[in-house]
Design a protein around this ligand. Sequence first.
Ligand code: AMP
Ligand code: MG
Length: 428
Amino acid sequence: MTNTVPSDKTVETMTISKALLPLEDALKQLKHFAQPCLGVERVDTFELDGRVLREDVISELSVPPYDNSAMDGYAVRAQDVSEPGALLNVTQRIPAGSSGQALKPGEAARIFTGAPIPVGATSVVIQEDCEQVGDSSVRVRIKGVPGQSIRLAGEDIAKGDVVLKSGARMSAATLGLAASLGRKDLLVSSRPRVALFSTGDELVMPGEIAPKDMGIGKIYNSNRYFLKALLRQSGCLVTDMGNIPDDRDATIDSLSKAALDHDLILTSGGVSVGEEDHIKPSVQSLGELHQWALAIKPGKPFAYGRLNGSEDSKPYTHFIGLPGNPVSSYITFLLLVKPFLMYLQGADSVFYRRIPMTANFDWLKADRREEFLRVRQNAEGTLDLYPNQSSGVLTSAVWGDGVVDNPPGQTIKAGDTVNFIAFESWLK
Ligand code: AMP
Ligand code: MG
């Protein structure tokens, strides 16, 4: 047996894989930290979009509730129109919202879309295939087909079916479905109350200083704007707490105040280990902190923590610290904060879909981290790469309509199949 001494390269890889936390592992830990999830409240079905359902919705009726006509036309007994040209007596008229009488042999009922099929009728012939004869007869120009243009009771949903499961995120379509079952309100998760901070002495709010008067070293605060929007789109009640200066006491003071009446404190910037990064020691002094170096690019520094609460009913407040670089902040929100917020609300699954697509670019510099490259679909249906992939270049996230999720150590050649995640699917 030969003893193999690991080469320098192997040792380096081992150290690195120990130091950097893979995205999947970070997500698993966040899922765990999000338990127990938030409480529930009953909300009017009109107001449900974006909320997370916390009860199963079981249908108390069949949909449709009765056999009904799919078209405007004539309800007939199919055996009365076994040949084209049959002449029938029109003995009743059944608009939607009313019910008819049983149909006797040789009779037809004028019927409209959604109206109940009268007893005895087995087919609806659309009006275009019929010809009115005098005041009370109809000639059917085609052969009647049993079941034609009839929507059967329970065809969509049977009574007793579990139509929506606890943990489902309510969309326009799902809340419409709940309404179609007669549900005027549903039990959903409370909205996460989120306190949002930016950090950094260099940051200026738009409106504070005109662009022409911006001094060297100052930049506009963009993270505060898009993070607020992303939080709202994730169903949160957001308190914008402003900017924390790069100062330990100010940071501790702001965080402890925010902890009182929020479920989560979200900050951007100041989570690295530089001496101007005050978030880490401040959270540590108020509770516990997990400082992660994520194996993703952009977005390596990331922190999850808990600030101790004063009451038994609220033993702690969650804390998440995002990196300050705008694209890192944006991408780590989508990759980690969005799922965390969903777990906190009791959602059953997360969310973004990786779709195989063809690259129309070369990416020849493999990275040891999982990369999220900003790309856009072109007219040929392949993906173009934004030329500047720097984590400070927010234009890339505006130009792009999603990212390529590129595994660690992977290069890309034009024509390769890559995994695409659309921003749209993430923001839903
Ligand atoms: P930090 O993580 O605090 O070291 O910040 C990293 C980089 O992101 C620096 O260039 C900051 O100026 C920039 N940055 C931090 N916060 C923001 C913000 N809210 N808006 C725009 N840029 C920011
Ligand atoms: Mg900073």
